[in-house]
Design a protein around this ligand. Structure first.
Ligand SMILES: CC(C)(COP(=O)(O)OP(=O)(O)OC[C@H]1O[C@@H](n2cnc3c(N)ncnc32)[C@H](O)[C@@H]1OP(=O)(O)O)[C@@H](O)C(=O)NCCC(=O)NCCS
Length: 184
């Protein structure tokens, strides 16, 4: 994902850092109340009935008939213990709107790996989050998109989402955060 954004030099994420901050066993397991990840897993053979996804959530299963095998040079890097391949993910967590006095979901990242795009997986991920938001009575879903990623704007508009033209994202980070946060 960092490579897609041309930000590999700035990406500080490592496997241990992600697992200790995202999937820390000390954090009580409360699906959807903290950070949640939905994965798209693909397999050329049917999924086993005891696949881990069936243990916590109602997983969504779909069958695609593709004219050609998917070209995935990084397949082995993304193979799970069960033998499926991770094709994409969405990561999201609750936010809150005082105006509506309701919770919402902030979608932090949505990513479908290159060979798997245009097959409905991105739509499946966003729909799964939307359906969870509806189930929980949450008011909305929001996310940020870079201005140059016009393809994703089209994708999001097709879902029915709107670009908020009048809003800007502010960020206080790095030295500016340290200097402001430490000052008396
Ligand atoms: C944007 C992204 C998540 C879309 O996922 P996807 O699996 O390729 O999209 P889907 O196949 O589910 O497409 C759903 C709809 O959006 C349309 N769509 C998808 N990508 C599109 C594109 N690049 N240009 C125009 N329309 C597009 C599809 O045609 C489809 O329309 P339909 O329902 O009328 O058939 C995926 O392309 C991706 O991960 N891109 C790189 C990372 C990225 O941009 N992430 C989002 C950043 S905020």
């Amino acid at each position: 994902m960092a490579a897609f954004y041309h930000l590999s030099d700035e990406c500080e994420a490592t496997k241990p850092a992600l697992s200790s901050t995202l999937f820390n066993s000390k954090t009580p397991f409360e699906p959807f109340k903290t950070v949640t990840v939905f994965l798209v897993e693909v397999s050329s053979t049917p999924f086993a009935p005891n696949h881990p996804s069936t243990q916590h959530f109602n997983h969504i299963e779909t069958t695609l008939h593709l004219p050609h095998p998917i070209n995935d040079p990084e397949m082995e890097l993304f193979r799970t213990k069960e033998g499926t391949i991770i094709a994409g993910f969405v990561i999201f967590f609750p936010s809150y709107s005082t105006f509506l006095s309701k919770h919402a979901f902030h979608v932090e990242d949505l990513f479908v790996r290159e060979g798997y795009r245009g097959k409905g997986f991105g739509g499946m991920l966003m729909k799964a989050v939307a359906s969870q938001a509806v189930k929980m009575g949450y008011a909305r879903m929001e996310w940020t998109v870079t201005t140059w990623n016009v393809a994703s704007h089209t994708f999001y508009e097709k879902l029915g989402a709107q670009i908020l033209q009048d809003w800007r994202i502010f960020r206080l980070a790095d030295d500016a955060l340290l200097s402001y946060g430490r000052s008396a």
